[in-house]
Design a protein around this ligand. Structure first.
Ligand code: GRG
Length: 298
């Protein structure tokens, strides 16, 4: 299946998850759907889907986890945009969640997406039964625990916490590395490793996916910093020049733009080396998507 139709499939599935028959709480679902269905690149769910398929898993096993990961990612963006964090007005080409729904509702929309992600994964686990089911259940439990670890206080939240504590200070390169690894690489690793776990891959493959996630995240983050310098609101759907306005320490502020671009390409090569064992057309799609991340304009 092509990249376009898989992205559409994910969009369709995310929209289906946002259909609900609740009543007095309709506003929080509206706020959740506002950001979730605003059309991000869907990099993480596509990587999870293609990695899992490349290693032999079925779409039906992968889709709930791909969607859950996108919900977790979207919650992090909603919370990151709040005045108490990065205080941004635009995201995914529209006003940020709190600008439309107010700060309290934006906090709840993020919390709602995070919890709903675990409901979706839990329900996928409950569908397994019988002897074959118990093996599949084990794979799903392993993937869910891994996603939780990557997103939690020893992962993305940890990175965000150190970022918050470092505001206005010049940080040591190791601290910058810690922040970027945890804020950005962990959810990309969750996609590659989660897909591999759902396919029942062995330790060696999981180790390669972990390494690929780390390098992809570095390249992704550095390119995000490049776009912050060179991009526009129209292209990116969010405000550029954010890092310099907030005096953020980034790879570019420490090493300069030229070195940053060079490093993004180097990290992409390292990621592709770790991904070279992914078989078949879906392996090719994973590699193509990873390569395209350091040419992206949004
Ligand atoms: C608030 C818990 C909490 C965490 C925030 C994701 C994040 C951590 C902060 C957002 C700001 C940032 C620079 C994060 C690094 C990762 C990144 C570049 C996210 C944007 O991901 P894309 O480009 O966005 O995949 P789309 O909209 O395409 O999904």
């Amino acid at each position: 299946m092509s990249q376009k139709s898989d992205k559409e499939r994910i969009e369709q599935e995310l929209a289906r998850y946002m259909e609900n028959s609740d009543s007095y709480n309709a506003r929080v679902w509206e706020a959740m759907a506002y950001s979730l269905l605003a059309g991000g690149k869907r990099v993480r769910p596509l990587l999870l889907l293609w990695t899992g398929r490349s290693l032999g898993a079925e779409e039906a096993e992968l889709l709930p986890f791909a969607c859950a990961l996108e919900m977790i990612h979207t919650y992090s963006l909603i919370h990151d945009d709040l005045p108490a964090m990065d205080d941004d007005d635009y995201r995914r080409g529209r006003l940020t969640n709190h600008k439309v729904f107010g700060e309290g509702m934006a906090v709840l929309a993020g919390d709602g997406l995070l919890n709903y992600a675990f409901e979706v994964m839990g329900n996928a686990m409950l569908q397994e039964s019988g002897a074959a089911g118990s093996e599949a259940l084990g794979r799903k439990a392993q993937a869910m625990a891994y996603l939780a670890r990557c997103a939690g206080p020893s992962g993305m939240i940890g990175g965000q916490a150190v970022d918050l504590l470092s505001e206005g200070k010049s940080v040591e390169p190791e601290v910058l590395e810690y922040i970027e690894f945890n804020k950005t690489s962990r959810l990309l690793s969750a996609a590659l490793v989660g897909g591999a776990m759902l396919a029942g891959a062995d330790e060696a493959v999981i180790g390669q996916m972990q390494a690929a996630g780390g390098a992809t995240g570095k390249a992704f983050q550095i390119w995000d910093d490049v776009l912050d310098v060179e991009g526009s609101l129209a292209e990116m759907g969010k405000q550029p020049q954010h890092d310099s306005a907030h005096q953020k320490t980034t790879f570019i502020s420490v090493y300069g733009l030229g070195k940053a671009k060079e490093e993004a390409r180097k990290q992409t090569e390292l990621a592709l080396e770790s991904l070279k064992g992914l078989p078949g057309v879906y392996g090719d799609q994973v590699r193509e998507l990873v390569s395209s991340l350091v040419h992206r304009r949004n």
